[in-house]
Design a binder for this molecule. Sequence first.
Ligand code: HEM
Length: 490
Amino acid sequence: MFSLSFWITILLCLWIYLLWTRRKFYLLTLKFPGPFGYPIIGMAHKLLHREDVLSEFGYYIKQYGPTLFSWLGPIPFLIVSDPQLTQDILTSPHCVNKGLIYKAVDDGAGKGLFSQSDPTWSIHRKLLNPAFGHKVLLSFLPVFNSETAALLNVLKGMENEEKDFTQVLQSFTLRIATQTTMGSDVKDEECFKNNILLQRYQCVQETMTDMCFSPWLNNRILRIIFGKEESYSRAKLEIRAFIKKLIVRKLNEDSANTALPKDKNIFLNLATDLLKRGIFSWKNVEDESNVIVFGAFETTANTLYYSLMLLAMFPDYQEKAFEEIKTIFPNPGDFEVSYADTKQMIYMDMILNESMRVMSPVPLVSRQTSQDLKLSNGVTIPKGIQIALDIFHMHRSKSIWGPEAETFNPDNFLPTNLEDKHPYAYIPFTKGIRNCIGWRYALISAKVTLAKLLRNFKFTTSFPFEDLVFVEDITIKLEKAPLLKLQRRN
Ligand code: HEM
């Protein structure tokens, strides 16, 4: 009906309108270079597939420097991988709120701590912080120890052949997460035994990542058209039903006066107490529980898997780790790892840090400015800017970590090598106002697990480090997960 030139004129007018109304954002191009993209869509076409996101970001950082400005459709965004600007952002009260892309997390996991905006976020965070206090974490050690003992038994049946251990480790961390936060062991649940629950978590996570980078998928109708809705909504419902069952079980056991974890600061005890006092709604309890279990198990399983994989790829470092563990635990088999033992694992600390440096478990995080923010380089970024903090590329930056930045070497964490590093150059759990609530939990549980696994097994792989291809998926994934082989140690 209308000619092509009519549509081109309409698009041009729309673009000029956007340029005018958003001129304060466009002016940022003068301060931070970056790819301008096409009118209307910006760089959206480059970020359609989560497989491409990290490589595209890496390409632009190489081309324009550690901080760059671009457009995702009509949305202005900064990509930041400079430690000082990262610190400015993570410590600013004007950057507490997560970026627009976390709308997908609201939909997939629920509106909990992870994606909640201020002022609700600050209130919930204060209320839930005690669930990760030192005393509570110490009370988890028996669970970390007994579950790792059970894991050792599972692994004994999987020796001498290259295998993918992802699912075994995810089941392991899911069981730990539900016991420590929800006070329930899920080992006898049907959906856990047949691995359906893990598949559902994977489906929700993948769809959420797609929704983050293809914002139109936040629309249900469009998800139906693109064939993403059916499996996603079923997975969400099943996960919700599972979490709800754990909450109801806890509430019923309470009223029957039976004993579940007594500490009032165990996460679910805190949350249900807030419910009874009218501070939390039922939806708050469900959402926060969902988010805490989500946040706890997947990140920890990945970190374990990637640490073991990297040690298998770099056997000399694995031997050094083994020697350290052997001095603390001379005999193989099962042994109790205490908090004091974890403090003695100096080399293991370096290994964990280096694993999370080369393969940042959460490669990108996002914030938005709720007020204009003056950065320490003098540039003011306007209210309403979306910010992607590119932890992955900051952790692998040669200007920060030297010419060997992209390879694995735990010596990067020798105290002498850290002296010249900016405190925000290494932030696997982020830092500042809104860091990971479970960071200490994650480190203690990872050390217990790695000590027992590395004392009892040697890990090898035929997959070369150089062939790893990294994929953005909220938590980092590999295009192809290397298989690992276990051999028993004496
Ligand atoms: C190696 C393991 C882990 C890594 C690498 C990790 C990493 C992170 C990162 C980078 C963030 C910030 C995300 C953002 O700013 O958008 C975060 C937030 C969060 N993490 Fe973790 N995490 C780990 C383990 C855990 C565990 C064990 C729990 C719970 C038991 C947990 C619960 C959370 C929650 C609830 C948030 C949101 C905090 C808030 O905004 O107040 N995480 N995590």
